[in-house]
Write a protein of this length. Structure first.
Ligand code: SIN
Length: 337
């Protein structure tokens, strides 16, 4: 086939996950090892991809090969750099990322927060994943990859989105909500952005736009940062106490001092009285405290006299990323995008 030079290329970056996992038996969908198959090999196993690309080039690059439970700041830095470099190229239409399902929502939110607005308001970054390994007798990865490329090719597509089981989710809203089912993601109250059906998109909402016209922290600053600000998550629950927060405040040799705490509070941001007292002490020592909710839906409603900041609707894991980036932007060596 002669490739049409007017058509732009799609870049697929591999990071690992179950989509690249293998098990000893094709019947085994849970006893596998994630992150075994290279991204080029995954793409070669997607029926229908050449027809969908219709002459466009597809370029792949292995940025990492990890089970996403082990996702690291170093990989995030490298990934943000590679995505941004590809989006900056005029001949690139979109970037697709293969990722594990377990922390996909964190990487998606991180990328939406740090990629330059000029890039993600013009081109899409599409994360995809799978719940069954590549070695499965009925893998979901190939269809998810095909759907992700269909979204990447859609006219007008922009922003960081996740595509899984035929649904398109915005980075801000997406969360893994099932441990086993193939349709493992949802977007909470917001609902999905739309669906991919036989490579056709049915959009329900507008594509995401960058939250500000400046990314919080310049990508080079993130990529070369040796130490990210240390922000931990604590959960409120029956029988809550001050013990965990008090322990987190103790200085430990070789451990970065605590800069922030996100509390996965109950309901509309409620916190056990003993945990609340410990958080107050932490805040008095200069630790930033943010209240999110452990509820999967809804948000912590901002109260006029609230002692602690609220997470602006972000889940605890995303609120942690937002706080780390905000603290990074405050640091004297931070370069703004
Ligand atoms: C992972 O997150 O890398 C493993 C689990 C998965 O992808 O479903």
């Amino acid at each position: 086939m002669v490739s049409n030079l007017n058509l732009k290329k799609i870049v697929v970056l591999g990071t690992g996950g179950t989509i690249a996992g293998t098990a000893a038996s094709a019947a085994d969908n849970i006893g596998y090892t994630a992150a075994q198959v290279g991204v080029a090999q995954l793409l070669a196993a997607v029926p229908g991809l050449p027809a969908l690309l219709a002459g466009r080039d597809l370029v792949s690059e292995q940025v990492a090969q990890v089970d996403s439970k082990d996702m690291s700041f170093a990989i995030w830095g490298a990934l943000a750099q590679r995505v941004s470099a590809h989006l900056a190229a005029p001949d690139v239409q979109a970037v697709v990322i293969t990722h594990g399902t377990d922390t996909l929502e964190e990487t998606a939110y991180f990328l939406q927060a740090v990629l330059p607005a000029a890039q993600i308001n013009a081109k899409p970054v599409v994360l995809t994943a799978a719940m069954r390994p590549a070695s499965s007798s009925a893998p979901d990865g190939p269809q998810n990859l095909l759907d992700a490329v269909a979204v990447a090719l859609a006219p007008g597509a922009q922003g960081v989105v996740a595509v899984c089981a035929g649904s398109i989710h915005a980075a801000l809203d997406v969360q893994k909500s099932h441990t086993y089912r193939i349709d493992a993601f949802n977007s909470g109250d917001a609902g999905p952005l739309g669906y991919v059906e036989e490579a056709e998109l049915r959009l329900l909402r507008n594509w995401p736009v960058a939250l500000t016209n400046k990314a919080r922290v310049a990508i080079e600053n993130i990529a070369f940062k040796a130490h990210w600000p240390r922000v931990e998550i604590v959960m409120n629950h029956a029988g809550g106490s001050s013990a965990v927060v008090d322990a987190l405040l103790l200085p430990l040799p070789g451990v970065t001092p605590l800069r922030g705490l996100v509390v996965a509070a109950t309901g509309n941001g409620t916190i056990h009285v003993d945990l609340e007292a410990a958080l107050r002490r932490a805040q008095a020592q200069g630790v930033h405290v943010v209240r999110a909710s452990r509820c999967a839906n809804g948000r912590v409603l901002p109260a006029a006299n609230a002692e602690f900041a609220h997470s602006a609707g972000l889940s605890p894991v995303k609120a942690r990323i937002a706080l780390m980036l905000a603290l990074m932007a405050e640091s004297p060596d931070a370069k703004k995008a």
